[in-house]
Design a protein around this ligand. Structure first.
Ligand SMILES: NC(=O)c1ccc[n+]([C@@H]2O[C@H](COP(=O)([O-])OP(=O)(O)OC[C@H]3O[C@@H](n4cnc5c(N)ncnc54)[C@H](O)[C@@H]3O)[C@@H](O)[C@H]2O)c1
Length: 319
């Protein structure tokens, strides 16, 4: 089928486009190629995609209605997978208004375009950052999620509410997926796995909050993609799923694993965790397992091995 993917040049988006094309779909991508990190990463991710005759990429902004419409008109989309966003908790503290503009208003524009073009199903990427400090662990979709710790988390929660309103008011099928700490080949250079690996490789100090005791529910990219594709297959009104691995790992253990794989010691600088940092992320994945058949397969040890192999292949760390 024809699928519109926003954020197609991003980490998750580009990997998803590759999987969709391999499954025989035609993919119409939209991305503003926002240079929030080294644009060389976009080129690396788009290299093989651009060579595929079933892949189109429009360089355009979610906030530009004409650009958005032009992507929908390229084919006859049966689904939209909305991944374009300003990501990163920390960067959102420096520029909250931009997060509101892109993640909230941009998503409203996207939902409206999907409605106008009569696309039957929209899959929206949200985040485990919508959960607050008082949310019981593991995080369940049934928790209120009305106390996000950062402007990023708030913008993602607002986006979910907009999606709900489109499902309710206009009968649009919307599936919201709360992704948790996705990492792997083609990963984001502003995320901890990438930053830590580069620091270890280059002998630079890396910062670990609270002695590395914070925990993250690291999800390997291929597992996240399996969940997204399972969600795509079954539209059904408004649906909301956590997509994590369901197994939080201490940041210190994660760094130790990277040290082992890179064969170099980390220079660890400790710092107190800011209040905007979740102490632990832990997805309750039972709903996704039950309703989507979601079954994450890649352990952190295996995922990091594949990630470091990719960093070496790309010449980003020493061979
Ligand atoms: N990677 C993770 O761990 C993670 C975790 C939770 C949620 N998410 C969500 O998953 C989605 C994809 O994340 P990612 O890690 O691939 O991030 P990414 O930054 O690599 O990709 C996002 C893409 O969106 C594009 N973009 C930003 N603003 C835009 C705009 N106004 N118009 C059009 N394109 C725009 C960027 O250029 C980028 O290519 C995002 O919605 C993010 O919030 C990611």
């Amino acid at each position: 089928m024809d699928v519109v993917v926003t954020g197609a040049a991003g980490f998750v988006g580009s990997c998803l486009c590759r999987r969709l094309l391999a499954l025989g779909h035609r993919v119409f991508g939209l991305d503003a190629l926002i240079p929030r990190y080294d644009p060389a990463h976009f080129e690396r991710r788009l290299r093989d995609l651009r060579a595929n005759p079933d892949f189109w990429l429009v360089k355009g902004d979610l906030c530009d209605e004409d650009a958005l419409s032009s992507v929908f008109r390229l084919g006859a989309p049966q689904a939209v997978i909305h991944l374009a966003a300003l990501a990163s908790v920390r960067a959102s503290l420096a520029d909250p208004a931009a997060y509101g503009r892109v993640n909230m208003m941009g998503t409203m524009n996207l939902l409206e375009a999907a409605r106008r073009h009569r696309v039957p199903h929209v899959v929206v990427a949200s985040s485990g950052s919508v959960y607050g400090a008082d949310t019981p662990l593991p995080f369940s979709e049934a928790a209120p999620a009305d106390r996000p710790l950062s402007p990023y988390g708030a913008s993602k929660r607002a986006m979910e509410l907009a999606a709900w309103s489109y499902a309710y008011s206009f009968g649009l099928n919307v599936t919201v997926l709360r992704l948790f700490n996705v990492y792997g080949p083609f990963g984001r250079p502003d995320m901890m796995p990438f930053q830590w690996a580069m620091a270890i490789d280059q002998g630079r100090a890396l910062t670990l909050y609270d002695g590395g005791r914070l925990k993250r529910d690291w999800t390997f990219i291929e597992d996240a993609l399996d969940g997204i594709l399972a969600a795509l297959a079954e539209p059904g009104g408004y649906r909301l799923f956590n997509l994590g691995r369901g197994e939080p790992v201490e940041n210190l253990r994660f760094v130790r694993e990277l040290e082992r794989l890179l064969g170099k010691p980390a220079r660890i600088q400790e710092a107190p965790a800011p209040p905007t940092e979740q102490r632990e992320t832990w997805a309750d994945t039972s709903r996704a397992r039950r309703e989507l058949g979601y079954e994450p397969k890649v352990s952190v040890a295996e995922g990091l091995e594949r990630f470091v192999r990719w960093l070496r292949d790309e010449g980003l760390v020493a061979a």
